[in-house]
Write a protein of this length. Structure first.
Length: 504
């Protein structure tokens, strides 16, 4: 008799040109939090999708509760007691919070769904996550962070044996993470097995009992959390030592010439109900970091500059000349590019190939009457797939089959191919592994050193500090400070400003 609630043995899955999993073993015990780690492309998502019935396995075997299982779809996995919350929240924003929480588990009366009782039950489950919100309110009226917790609450409604959390904290602030961890520990204490995926090592060491490491589709090791140091863990994930990545140069240590006109200057730009008026300048070869907590106005600032949202006051100049940036098309004409934090909804087009996604920016800049020829496309794609190390190096692969880190590289390549003078990056390293993150950080340093102006937004303050010459600090949708990194700003300086009462 096994003590494991999940046993996966010799699991192999292949896609065209890619061996995603190669005879991987994985076990999950009742009443534990087990973290799954590895670089993007290591096979984490594929293993999860095999366990949850999204992907059929080519070979191997799966047992849940000691019983052999063959999953023909996600319903089979749910019937086996496996509940899942993926990184990209998939909810019905046209429904209420309560309807989303109780979807498929509505309470019924003699005349159909008893909505009063259903919403009352939804409130109870939301309360377990520390969410005091009206279950009748539209889901679309809430932040992404609240929507993430609603998705987790929905998974808790079913009396699951296994809860799979794929990057559940990527949109949460520290307080919300603590709420989630409290719920995870309570579920663990009730005997639920939790499979947890996160790229935040602090969170891994705070919440995990055991962990499994994958690399290039193979099992590297399984460890109790206290048996492996962070340095050993990173080396196992990457197949090389952490020192390689600690050698990435600090942008902050490089001087920027601000004698001439800035690439972009924003003066008292704002939008009522979105962000208070702010000033901002960015010079050639400069990285300006935008720091702040979730909901502080970081993304709203970027969207106003790019014209994705229209400012209702203020003035923007590009190289000293007033510019009309009331739409993304105007921004592209001014050689301003913007990579959104919402990779799935506003970035990749999942059903197109890598090559087709990559050349979209060039085609949009030209207009649809001046088509990019096949020869031009081949040249552009070859150049950027090689220079950014996009894997697998197959331009005809569907982009949806690439790892998150490689999808992010394709998006960066798309905009670099347009020859921008200002590149706005909103959370470019969010939800990707430490190896891909280091590669993108190194690319940002190289681009700035080559003269490109960048606005860099990240929820990881140490990343902002290391890469930026200047740091703009946001709070409550307003700019509260601007710090010159020549004096070596540290994370504590930023945290103190954000926490300071009456900051203005």
């Amino acid at each position: 008799m096994t003590d494991n609630v999940v046993e996966m043995r010799d699991i192999s899955i292949s896609f065209p040109g890619v061996k995603a999993l190669d005879q991987v073993d994985f076990t999950l015990r009742p009443g534990e939090i087990h973290s799954l780690l590895g670089e993007n492309g290591a096979g984490k998502s594929t293993l999860i999708k095999a366990l949850t019935g999204v992907y059929p396995i080519d070979s191997g075997r799966i047992a849940v509760g000691g019983e052999p299982r063959t999953f023909a779809g996600t319903a089979d996995a749910q019937d086996a007691g496996i509940a899942t919350v993926y990184q990209e929240v998939n909810l019905c924003t046209n429904l209420s919070v309560g309807e989303n929480v109780m979807l498929g588990n509505e309470k019924r009366g003699p005349f159909g769904v008893d909505w009063r009782t259903t919403h009352k039950e939804a409130s109870r489950f939301l309360g377990e996550l520390g969410l005091d919100i009206d279950p009748r309110s539209p889901l679309s009226s809430h932040s992404l962070a609240v929507q993430q917790l609603v998705a987790i609450s929905r998974a808790v409604v079913v009396d699951c044996k296994v809860l799979v959390l794929d990057e559940p904290t990527s949109s949460l602030d520290r307080f919300e993470v603590e709420q989630l961890f409290a719920v995870m520990r309570a579920l663990r204490d009730r005997g639920v097995a939790i499979l947890f995926v996160s790229h935040f090592l602090d969170q891994i060491y705070e919440i995990s009992d055991r962990l499994t490491v994958l690399r290039n589709g193979r099992l590297i090791g399984e460890h109790a959390i206290e048996e492996i140091s962070r340095t050993e863990l990173i080396a196992a994930m990457l197949g090389r030592e952490l020192a390689e990545f600690e050698s990435i140069g600090r942008s902050a240590d490089r001087q920027v010439d601000r004698a001439g006109a800035p690439v972009l200057s924003a003066s008292l730009v704002g939008r009522k109900g979105s962000i208070e008026p702010f000033d901002l300048e960015v010079y050639d070869g400069e990285v300006v970091g935008i720091a702040g907590l979730l909901g502080s106005g970081r993304t709203e600032l970027a969207r106003l500059i790019y014209g994705a949202d229209r400012a209702d006051q203020g003035r923007v100049s590009v190289r000293g000349s007033t510019a009309r940036l009331t739409s993304p098309r105007h921004a592209v004409e001014q050689r301003i590019a913007f990579s959104s934090e919402d990779r799935r909804e506003e970035g990749i087009i999942a059903d197109l190939t890598v090559a087709e996604n990559l050349v979209l920016g060039v085609q949009a800049k030209r207009g649809w009457l001046r088509r990019v020829t096949k020869a031009e496309q081949a040249r552009i794609v070859e150049q950027y797939m090689e220079s950014l190390g996009i894997r697998p190096a197959n331009p005809n692969a569907l982009i949806r089959n690439l790892s998150g880190g490689n999808q992010q590289k394709v998006l960066l390549a798309r905009w670099l191919a347009t020859d921008p003078q200002l590149l706005i990056l909103d959370e470019p390293t969010r939800g990707i592994d430490i190896g891909a993150k280091a590669e993108i950080q190194r690319l940002i340093v190289e681009l700035a050193s080559g003269g490109l102006a960048l606005i860099f937004i990240s929820s990881e303050l140490d990343e902002v500090v290391r890469l930026s010459q200047r740091v703009v600090v946001m709070r409550d949708r307003r700019k509260i400070a601007e710090l010159d990194n020549e004096s070596h700003v540290d994370v504590d300086d930023i945290v103190a400003l954000i926490a300071k009462e009456g900051a203005a």
